[in-house]
Design a binder for this molecule. Sequence first.
Ligand code: FAD
Ligand code: NDP
Length: 315
Amino acid sequence: MENVIIIGSGPAAYTAALYTGRANLAPLVLEGELSAEILPGGQLMTTTEVENYPGFPDGITGPELVARMKQQAEKFGARMVSKTATKVDFGTCPFIIHCDAEKFETKAVIIATGANAKYLGLESETRFMNRGVSACATCDGALPRFRNKPVVVVGGGDTAMEEALFLTNFASRVHVVHRRDKFRASRIMADRVLANPKISVEWNSVVEEILGNDKEGVTAVRLRDVVTGSTREISCSGYFAAIGHKPNTDLFRGVLEMDETGYLITQSGSSKTNIEGVFAAGDVQDKVYRQAITAAGSGCMAAIDCVRWLESQEH
Ligand code: FAD
Ligand code: NDP
């Protein structure tokens, strides 16, 4: 029987592991096993420089930051396993978490399964996946196929801005395709994009189709102007989806309360879910802030809530 199982492996999970570790709970962290849906270490594994995590005035790479968090949690007794939670039974205590055929029993659970990149859902996205289609410029942008060629980034948030700016290091031109006439991104990121001479913004436009062939992969995208309805093609060797994320909560559907977009609902000012002893932290329950520091902060909250709850059960 475990004291607490933490499901996930980003800043929220590792911070919760650090705090519950220091509280002598010997937390077990199910980090997830690498697959199409699971990226152990979380979203920061797909980024290069993190400039806004306090304590690193010169910046730090995403993977390095995550590795340090993990190391710090392990120092205080957190145990990491590369397993993916595939089913949960939170009906009675002890809670049961299944990882395929294996199952774990625990007194408390902290959910920190984060979120994954979304795609538009075009058949051509699947057809040209890894042959010009990507959701991670920082992972794929330096590949030869994108060098000195035009590329397209879809989206108007911070991710799209960051991806577009990063791609200017390699591509001959970056077209940011946005469905509205105003970016959602933070002012500083949007201004950097608008000031960059290698970036053009295709306002009020959506990608109707990604064009290409089996030999070359992506060669162009067809855009539709949402105001006039007219269509046009832009030649490109790459298409980067940067339209947001889907919380990893399918596992908890019908078990825990979630909003209409699948984010777990926690009680205001705490990490408590609708089931006592089950807590949630990070992007899986946060569609507003979605930052490494807020994920880490809520991981800390979940750990403190969990420690206090376990103590209250003993008394
Ligand atoms: P995540 O980082 O999403 O990690 C959750 C992980 O849990 C998953 O990756 C997976 O490995 C694991 N998991 C999921 N399901 C299961 C399961 N069933 N069983 C076991 N494990 C599971 N924020 C900043 O503050 N600064 C930045 O510069 C910055 N840059 C970013 C750049 C990009 C490209 C992206 C996509 C995001 C960026 N963010 C940045 C946001 C930041 O990465 C996230 O807010 C943060 O990583 C969320 O942490 P998390 O712990 O909630 O979850
Ligand atoms: P956001 O949800 O902030 O933005 C998604 C963008 O994609 C929006 O502009 C949205 O358009 C557009 N979009 C969504 N669905 C579609 C669709 N079907 N078709 C066309 N366009 C679509 O997600 P991000 O991933 O950009 O950012 C997530 C969080 O991570 C944010 O909190 C952000 O601040 C943070 N982050 C921070 C970074 C940093 O600080 N350096 C870097 C990267 C991310 P619309 O605006 O019309 O809704």
